[in-house]
Design a protein around this ligand. Sequence first.
Ligand code: 5GP
Ligand code: ZN
Length: 143
Amino acid sequence: MKGLVIDMEDCIFCKIAGGIIPSASVYEDDDFKAILDIAPAAKGHVLILPKKHCADLIEIDPDVASKALFVASKIAAAQKKALKADGINLLQNSGEAAGQTIFHFHMHLIPRYENDNLTIPGENLSYAEGEAEEYAAKIRSCI
Ligand code: 5GP
Ligand code: ZN
């Protein structure tokens, strides 16, 4: 909804980007935080969150939008190296009809492997205790 002001009290990704809710973080700078998705399409699935709230691709600040792809490129390279991925899907859902469930803009980076037979959207995986932090540390070490 254009003009709707959502602050950290209402938005889970504002709280994660602001460090109020913990996450398995792979990258952070002044404008973005990148974390592991809690229900990944593949292990090492990353979400890139701008720190400044906006709902979707239509509402994003042009300055944030232009920086987001640089961050995505950097993290995708680290995922390929750290996880020996063969490819990466970059996905952005804008609007409920497009599959968006959290209305704070984010980009998905999903590691892909030859013949992984993954369908997106599809089944979600989960991490065992401590496993997400191991994946996050591996990716961080390659950025
Ligand atoms: P969307 O469907 O809006 O494009 O993607 C939202 C994503 O956020 C989903 O893939 C979902 O698994 C992930 N997600 C939802 N809640 C949380 C959370 O509390 N922490 C993390 N790390 N990911 C979340
Ligand atoms: Zn938000």
